[in-house]
Design a protein around this ligand. Structure first.
Ligand code: DON
Length: 317
């Protein structure tokens, strides 16, 4: 009789520290590849010879390697957390204002918005994140304090904060976001003042965290909505499943197909070089390396995740 394949979810089969060490060695040989996101001046100075990776297991154990405790600009990784907050605030009603389909277009594209009458294609494009920002502003007394408290509680790190220089840089270079927000407003799909929505969006992009913080911050998506760091049920198990599915189909911009092919995990990237990912029922994880590929995803971060799922067998496919 044919033997059943080994169960990759049984973590005792893997030497996770050894696997992280091997990935770190491989990645270091390739330092310098990719380009930093210089369209935001304050991100242009981040050195490219950085790589960190952290795994946050459901029992609270952390495995980490490289520059895993160096803080970086989380940028669009925050779109996972704001989607969670917006869904918790208004439930499925959110999907009347933003769709949940992959876009195949760059994250800052305006092109679909006119055809689709101001309904962004998904919450992980900038346009969709502006809708989540609007929902959060409408449903919480102090939206910025709510987001900050959410990030601190999810990561278990009360020191999580924002980088004012990045927020300022976003504000000064955010011409496309300004156009986008006004365009969406013209379809009556924003309730709050356009500038307030943009300010909240810039704040979420300027949050600064390290790989360990971020791996912990998405662990609730691996654990049926339960956050290990705070002991809080953040969303339902169904909510976590749904958010993971949107990460899989739209979390890495117009490279989501490529990510499914090479990595095979729900993931969300940011132009600061971070990628947060989820192995459902097993762990939250985060990689960071600032050099980006042509789609804006961390080039070495993607490579590291590819190697990780191949060495462990933990791709969801
Ligand atoms: O809106 C911007 O220009 C950036 N702060 C976008 C952040 C990012 O990582 C890409 N987003 N989906």
């Amino acid at each position: 009789m044919r033997k059943p394949p080994p169960n990759p979810h049984d973590l005792s089969r893997h030497d996770l520290d050894d696997i992280l060490g091997t990935i770190n060695e491989e990645v270091r040989q390739r330092f310098g590849e990719g380009e930093v996101a210089d369209y935001i001046p304050s991100l242009a100075d981040v050195p490219k010879d950085r790589f960190g990776m952290a795994l946050a297991l459901l029992d609270g154990k952390i495995h980490e390697v490289g520059h895993s405790r160096e803080r970086f600009s989380i940028q669009s990784l925050s779109k996972v957390h704001t989607l969670t907050l917006a869904l918790e605030a208004v439930g499925d009603g959110l999907w009347r204002r933003v769709d949940r389909e992959p876009s195949g277009d760059p994250f800052n594209s305006l092109i679909q918005l006119e055809h689709e009458k101001g309904i962004p294609r998904n919450p992980f494009m900038n346009a969709g994140a502006l809708i989540c920002a609007d929902v959060i502003l409408s449903n919480f007394d102090d939206a910025e304090a709510t987001l900050l408290a959410f990030m601190r509680a999810r990561s278990g790190n009360p020191e999580v904060g924002t980088d004012e220089a990045v927020a300022k840089s976003e504000r000064e270079s955010g011409h496309r976001n300004v156009a986008m927000a006004n365009f969406i407003r013209s379809y009556d799909n924003l309730d709050n003042d356009v500038q307030d929505v943009l300010d909240f969006y810039y704040l979420q992009c300027s949050l600064c965290m390290d790989c360990v913080d971020l791996a912990r911050s998405v662990q609730y998506l691996a654990d049926g909505g339960h956050c290990g760091a705070s002991g809080v049920q953040v969303t339902t198990a169904e909510g976590a499943t749904r958010i993971n599915s949107v990460m899989m189909t739209a979390g890495t911009y117009d490279a989501a197909g490529d990510f499914a092919y090479y990595v095979g995990l729900p993931a969300k990237s940011g132009v600061g070089g971070g990628i947060a990912a989820v192995v459902p029922h097993v762990m939250g994880l985060c990689v960071w390396s600032p050099g980006l590929d042509e789609k804006g995803n961390s080039l070495l971060g993607r490579y590291a995740l590819h190697r990780f799922t191949r060495m462990t067998g933990l791709s969801v496919f």
